[in-house]
Design a binder for this molecule. Structure first.
Ligand code: AIR
Length: 214
């Protein structure tokens, strides 16, 4: 039987040794401690996640094959890598990230020992890492970094905001992304205005009824 983890580690190092043009490599790398984090981290959970922010609102595409990148100019990639079950894969991911063309990482883990975000941040440094505590009880282990070892983090489960923060970092280099972020915010603002008028003009019971029908 081949070693599935070792195979991934070798692929990451091989990719790091290649010299692909920036437009062909993902800008954002997303890692999570388990595939049980997928709904919170990406999409399909109680609230929208990083996938929804990136794909639905900011026109990113998910890159799944380094040899055949999507047409979209800006892309992200996703992996499962556990700080405790596969520390070697976590290390390989973080130490090859910059050489593989990534500009910013988003790392999420759950449970009380949610160490993937903080360890990824330390190994990938100076590449910025945005941590996502998958659960409320994961917050302390994600954000509790010692002085000199930085990690930016969002509140529990807020992978959507982590994706926006990652794009904010990228937008300093890419005006097109700045424009997409501004458009997203304008739409958000417009939505609040429309909700406010509808609530005021319909009144609470009719507004709730309409929301239930949608
Ligand atoms: N986890 C996995 N390896 C180390 C940690 N801390 C986290 C995952 C997930 C939780 O443990 O990020 O949120 C439970 O994982 P599982 O695979 O048992 O569902």
């Amino acid at each position: 039987m081949t070693d599935a983890v070792q195979d991934l580690i070798e692929d990451l190092h091989a990719e790091a040794a290649r010299d692909r043009p920036a437009a062909d490599t993902p800008e954002i790398g997303i890692v999570m401690g388990s595939d049980s984090d997928l709904e919170t981290m990406m999409t399909g959970g109680r609230r929208p996640g990083a996938y929804d922010a990136l794909v639905d609102h900011l026109a990113f595409a998910e890159q799944t094959d380094y040899d055949d990148p999507p047409d979209a100019r800006f892309t992200f990639e996703t992996y499962v890598t556990s700080a405790h079950r596969t520390p070697d894969l976590m290390t390989a991911y973080a130490e090859t990230a910059a050489d593989r063309g990534l500009d910013v990482l988003v790392a999420g883990a759950g449970g009380k020992s949610a160490d993937l975000p903080n360890m990824t941040a330390s190994i990938a440094y100076p590449l910025p890492t945005i941590g996502v505590p998958v659960q409320e009880k994961s917050v302390d282990s994600v954000i509790g970094m010692p002085q000199g070892a930085p990690l930016t983090a969002v509140d529990a489960g807020k992978s959507f905001n982590a994706a926006l923060s990652a794009v904010q970092i990228l937008a300093r280099q890419h005006e097109e992304l700045e424009e997409r972020l501004v458009t997203y915010h304008d739409d958000l603002r417009q939505g609040v205005g429309e909700d406010s008028r509808a609530l005021h003009e319909l009144g609470t019971p009719a507004y709730r009824e309409r929301a239930d029908e949608e």
